[in-house]
Design a protein around this ligand. Structure first.
Ligand code: CUA
Length: 414
C-alpha cells in the first residue's frame, strides 16, 4: 500500500489538472478545425479519400493494439502488485523462459496487423499513382512547375496560336468531376505539390518526371501549399485549385485564351488621383473568417474576380501599361497582347486581374496588397527573384504614383 499512497501524495495535482484541461481545450480546438481549409480529414475527391481511408485503417488497427496491450498491462499491474509488507520483501517469482503458445500467437497477431495495413496500402498506392484506365481518355493534362517561390500551371491540351500552352500562375483551374493528370516539374530546387483536400503530396524534382492525379467531386476553392523545404520563402509558397462545373470551366478557358484585355481611353481623359492604403496587410485572407455571413464564399470571390473592376480609370490604366514596359517588368513577365512582354522567369500576367491571390497565394489580389507587393516584394516574400534579380539588378525605382498606375493596370487584366 505504500507505493500508491506515496504516488498520490507526490503528484502535483494543480499542475495535473491544468495540463488535463489544456489538453481538453486543445483537442476541442482540433476537433472544431477538422474541416479547416488545409485539413486532410474533410476531403473532396477520390484520391484524397483513398488516402484518408488508409489513414483510418491504420488508426483502427493501432487503436485495437493499444487497447489490448493497455488492458493487459493494467490488469497485470493491479493483479500482481505488492499488497503487503511481506510481498514487498519476497523474492521475485520464478522466471520463465518463454511460452511457445504466446510467442507464436504474438508473431501471428503482428503479421495479421501488418497484413491488415499492408493490403489497403498497396491498393491505395496503385490507385493514387495515376489516372484509372477508364478515365485516361477524358483526363485533363496539366504541367505544374515549381519555381522559387511560385507555381506555374500549363494546359498542353489548350493551345494558343503563337503562344503555345495556355499558362497561368499560382491558381490552377480545373473542371470538377473530371480526372486531372498533373506532371510535376521543377526548374531550380525540390518543391512539393500538395492540395490537402484533393491529393498529395508528391515532390517536384529538377530533371525528374514525377506525376500525380486528382479529381474534385464538386466545384470548390481549395488551398494548396509547397510541402518540401525549398529556401527562405518556402512557407509562403502557396497556390489554389479552383474546381468549376463543365460550362464555367469552358468559359474560363475561352477567356484565358484571349490576349490581355484592352481598356479604351476616352479622348482627353486624365488619371484621377487614387490613393491606396497599405494598412490592411493583415486582412488579406480570401473567405476568412469563414463564419462571417457578409463574406463571399472563396469560390464566389473568385467568380467576382472574372469581371472588370467597377472603379476602373482608363487613363491611369494606360499610364500603368506604359510603365510596365518602361520599368522592364516585361523582361520577366509575359502579357499576351504586349509584343515585348514575353519574359518567362515570373508568372504569366495576361489575366492576373482575374486571380484571387497574388505573390503565390499569399496576398489577396486587391489594390492595397498589389501595391504592397510591387512597392517592395522582399518585405512580403524574403529573397524572391523579383526583388533580387529584378529591382536590384535593373535599378527599378517606383514612385507612389508609379505604383498606383501599375496597380490599376494589373487589376484591369481580366
Ligand atoms: Cu517550394 Cu517549398
Amino acid at each position: 500500500m505504500r507505493l500508491p499512497t506515496f504516488f498520490l501524495k507526490s503528484l502535483p495535482w494543480g499542475r495535473c489538472a491544468l495540463a488535463l484541461s489544456a489538453l481538453g481545450a486543445l483537442s476541442g480546438c482540433q476537433w472544431m478545425r477538422m474541416n479547416d481549409r488545409q485539413s486532410v480529414m474533410a476531403v473532396d475527391g477520390p484520391v484524397a479519400r483513398s488516402q484518408l481511408d488508409l489513414f483510418y485503417v491504420t488508426c483502427w488497427v493501432t487503436l485495437v493494439i493499444f487497447i489490448v496491450v493497455g488492458s493487459v498491462l493494467a490488469y497485470t499491474t493491479i493483479k500482481f502488485r505488492a499488497r503487503t509488507e511481506a510481498d514487498e520483501n519476497a523474492m521475485p517469482p520464478e522466471q520463465g523462459h518463454g511460452n511457445p503458445f504466446i510467442e507464436v500467437g504474438l508473431i501471428g497477431a503482428s503479421v495479421l496487423a501488418l497484413a491488415i495495413i499492408a493490403f489497403p496500402t498497396f491498393k491505395a498506392i496503385g490507385f493514387t499513382y495515376d489516372v484509372p484506365e477508364a478515365e485516361k481518355a477524358t483526363a485533363l493534362q496539366v504541367v505544374a512547375t515549381g519555381y522559387q517561390w511560385w507555381f506555374k500551371f500549363e494546359y498542353p491540351q489548350e493551345q494558343i496560336q503563337g503562344a503555345g500552352n495556355l499558362t497561368t500562375g499560382n491558381e490552377l483551374v480545373i473542371p470538377a468531376g473530371r480526372a486531372v493528370h498533373v506532371d510535376l516539374r521543377s526548374v531550380d530546387v525540390m518543391h512539393s505539390f500538395w492540395v490537402p483536400k484533393l491529393a498529395g503530396k508528391v515532390d517536384m524534382i529538377p530533371n525528374r518526371a514525377n506525376l500525380l492525379w486528382l479529381k474534385a467531386d464538386h466545384p470548390g476553392y481549395f488551398w494548396g501549399q509547397c510541402a518540401e523545404f525549398c529556401g527562405e520563402s518556402h512557407a509562403v509558397m502557396r497556390f489554389r485549385v479552383i474546381a468549376l462545373d463543365a460550362k464555367d470551366y469552358a468559359d474560363w478557358v475561352a477567356l484565358q485564351k484571349q490576349p490581355a484585355r484592352e481598356v479604351a481611353v476616352p479622348a482627353g481623359a486624365v488619371p484621377k488621383a487614387q490613393f491606396a492604403s497599405l494598412r490592411d496587410f493583415q486582412a488579406n485572407e480570401i473567405g476568412f473568417p469563414a463564419d462571417d455571413p457578409l463574406e463571399l464564399s472563396p469560390l464566389d470571390a473568385w467568380r467576382a474576380k472574372q469581371f472588370p473592376e467597377r472603379d476602373e480609370d482608363p487613363a491611369l490604366i494606360a499610364q500603368g501599361k506604359a510603365l510596365f514596359q518602361a520599368k522592364t517588368c516585361i523582361v520577366c513577365h509575359t502579357i499576351r497582347g504586349i509584343p515585348a512582354a514575353v519574359g518567362v522567369r515570373g508568372p504569366d500576367l495576361t489575366h492576373v486581374g482575374a486571380r484571387t491571390t497574388i505573390a503565390a497565394g499569399l496576398l489577396e489580389n486587391n489594390s492595397e496588397q498589389l501595391q504592397r507587393w510591387i512597392h517592395n516584394p522582399s518585405l512580403v516574400k524574403p529573397g524572391n527573384k523579383m526583388w533580387v534579380e529584378g529591382y536590384l539588378v535593373n535599378h527599378i525605382q517606383l514612385t507612389s504614383a508609379d505604383e498606383v498606375a501599375l496597380v490599376a493596370f494589373l487589376r484591369s487584366l481580366k
